[in-house]
Design a protein. Structure first.
Length: 90
């Protein structure tokens, strides 16, 4: 009976790891793409400059949040209020 405990522990860790990974992926997918952001907030795009939907600031930085073998996943975050505005991938 005692020998099954390490196995149970490993199964639990693997399960939690996959759940966390899936959660992170869904969280990323819930962030709008640039096109969606543009469509939802046309007032935030002026003269090819993007401004923040929350505070109007136009100091936006790119933050790398993940990497797959083919792409790099980024989110664009407002430097003024810290809100995530949209996502992109390269
Ligand atoms: Zn902002």
């Amino acid at each position: 009976m005692a020998s099954i405990l390490p196995l149970l522990f490993i199964v639990a860790v693997v399960y939690l790891f996959f759940r966390m990974f899936r959660g992170a992926k869904n969280k990323y997918a819930n962030i709008p793409t640039f096109l969606e952001y543009k469509e939802d907030n046309p007032e935030c795009i002026k003269d090819r400059k993007v401004s923040c939907l929350h505070c109007g600031g136009n100091n936006i930085f790119l933050k790398q949040v993940g990497k797959t073998p083919k792409t790099i996943l980024n989110v664009h975050v407002c430097k003024t209020c810290g809100e995530t505005l949209y996502r992109s991938s390269i």
